[in-house]
Design a protein around this ligand. Structure first.
Ligand SMILES: C[S@@+](CC[C@H](N)C(=O)[O-])C[C@H]1O[C@@H](n2cnc3c(N)ncnc32)[C@H](O)[C@@H]1O
Length: 292
């Protein structure tokens, strides 16, 4: 049998499987474990490298959920927060932010059962990210910041805060699940009653109005939807570079029916980090070829 090339997401999925623990789990779609598998793929060498080179690392999950996912058909997986707090070598400090009081409570329970010293903050990531980052007291340690919102809930200001925290000149690493379809839907709204709120949402996501010319060209028919999402994504990536990230890359993720679900956007200034994530981004078995 010829050797398969690319990242083995089947094996990675296995690595994040967990047995039901009696606590509530988020019901997720079958493709969700792939994004979590990629996180596990990256965090393992990241944690090891940070441990060896800097003596430790920090973990921030801004949209943490309750720590576990039920992908149905009997498959249950660690959520991003649990992947972070169970990673070895373990983080010096993990801060997990979750808005839903119920999910935050479940996550707190899960962390307590694991005897983890993670702080679970219940509330809005955009309001709490600053104080969360303050908990990372040792400025000599690198951090990995994960943001997995459902749509356009993540403010650009939070990204700026993370980029502003530097370890020996290197900004905290970022993995963002960027809702390209959410941006598309929001930017193309023409209903007078919705425009104001949607514009505010776009301004929050990008932190400015640079997205506007793309929306106008899309609305006028000058560019099609595919071109528009490419341009929004490339603007977002460009803005990350402008914050000082040397390596910015993204990978699309598709739903079961091959519609675009979101883009995973990774930003780092570490060459090692870039190499590891580049490997992780290699085409997953069974996933559609990247449409970029
Ligand atoms: C896509 S889910 C995250 C799933 C999680 N990463 C996992 O692997 O299980 C998004 C989560 O963010 C929470 N949320 C929504 N808006 C938020 C906000 N402004 N601040 C913090 N959490 C928020 C939702 O309650 C939900 O649990």
């Amino acid at each position: 049998m010829p050797r398969r090339r690319g990242t083995d997401y089947e094996r990675l999925r296995e690595s994040i499987r967990m047995e039901p623990d009696g606590l509530p789990m988020r019901e997720v779609n079958n493709w969700t474990p792939d994004k979590l598998a990629l996180l596990a793929y990256y965090l393992a060498p990241f944690a090891k490298l940070c441990h060896e080179k800097a003596g430790g690392w920090y973990f921030l999950d801004g949209f943490a959920g309750n720590g576990a996912n039920d992908a149905r058909e009997g498959n249950t997986y660690k959520g991003s927060a649990l992947i972070g707090v169970t990673m070895a070598p373990s983080a010096e400090k993990s801060v997990l932010i979750e808005k839903s009081p119920r999910d935050a409570e479940v996550l707190r329970n899960r962390c307590a059962r694991l005897r983890s010293n993670a702080s679970v903050l219940q509330g809005d990531c955009n309001e709490l990210a600053g104080s969360a980052l303050e908990q990372f007291e040792d400025r000599g340690l690198p951090a990995f910041c994960l943001f997995d919102p459902e749509g356009l809930e993540l403010d650009w200001e939070v990204i700026e805060l993370c980029a502003g925290r530097r370890t020996r000149g290197t900004p905290y690493e970022l993995l963002i699940y960027f809702s390209t379809p959410g941006v598309m839907r929001t930017a193309s709204v023409t209903d007078e009653r919705m425009i104001e709120g949607d514009e505010r949402a776009m301004r929050r996501v990008f932190g400015n109005d640079r997205w506007r010319p793309i929306a106008e060209r899309h609305r006028s028919g000058e560019i099609d939807g595919r071109q528009a999402w490419r341009e929004y994504l490339s603007l977002y990536e460009q803005q990350l570079r402008e914050l000082g990230y040397r390596y910015v890359m993204s990978r699309p993720s598709f739903m079961g029916d091959r519609r675009l679900a979101y883009h995973l956007v990774f930003a780092s200034s570490s060459e090692a980090g870039q190499n590891i994530m580049e490997d992780g981004f290699k085409r997953a078995y069974g996933q559609p070829r990247l449409g970029l």
